[in-house]
Design a protein around this ligand. Sequence first.
Ligand SMILES: *[C@@H]1O[C@H](CO)[C@@H](O)[C@H](O)[C@H]1NC(C)=O
Length: 312
Amino acid sequence: VMANQSSISEFFLRGISELPEQEQLLFGIFLCMYLVTLTGNLLIILAIGSDAHLHTPMYFFLANLSFVDVGLTSSTVTKALVNAQTRHRTISYSGCLTQMYFFLMFGDLDSFFLAVMAYDRYVAICCPLHYSTIMSPRVCVLLLALCWVLTNIVALTHTLLTARLSFCVVGEIAHFFCDIAPILKLSCSSTRINELMVFVLGGTVLVVPFVCILVSYVHIIWAILRVRTPGGGGKAFSTCSSHLCVVCVFYGTLFSTYLCPPSVASEEKNMAAAAMYTVVTPMLNPFIYSLRNKDLKAALERLFSHRRLSSW
Ligand SMILES: *[C@@H]1O[C@H](CO)[C@@H](O)[C@H](O)[C@H]1NC(C)=O
């Protein structure tokens, strides 16, 4: 067993760019987007936590999604930012596996939470009279716990399977963080089982929540079309249009990455796509929600006026 252990202690990480001048520009852009993501999502969590009007399942799930978005960007871009600034190219072996674990966990949680939020909107619109009994605090916590347990099992499976591999030379991970596929390419042992699990688990983790979302929205749209009163359907739909926007951005970037045929410049394309769902999507979520949602806007305004008053 010991002979199978990896013999290397670190990897090279390609980083955000190989060209120094382009790297400085991208460093600035990534840093700005990271700071905006942190601020936006933490404000959402603060606004929801501090406003009793927003202590409903929908906003609790949104706060949880913001937390996961912060985790997803932090786990992927911080190391790339540090490496770009210090001009280091390395990441330790254990650091790499840890990063992979957190990236997988938060990335999968994002997709699971979007499904839970779609189910929440389905119950609110299709069974409004039973909403408070179906979406009781106990059920909400159970749903969230289920998401955490499942995503941790998936992330742990990939990480343990990767830890079994041997790496004969200190190779370069052709990415700005430790994603599974670029690590597998560097291994000198057979990666058949790893690739199979990436295909099976990766497919499940993306497709199952996506189907849940699709089914929820078919029911929602069906229910809204049956509402005869003019304006009634529009009001019901406005509560889930923000969510639908976020779903489209998230799955749009994912599917455009994985369903496109591999081209010559596939490494650059993979990195650009990864930047989309690790940096851009988490940054957009707070804007999509707060710009379209009056209650959340009011809570944010109250948060700021309260802070101003208490600092006097
Ligand atoms: C996530 O949701 C739970 C229950 O719905 C809530 O108690 C918790 O505060 C939420 N987490 C965050 C970070 O807001």
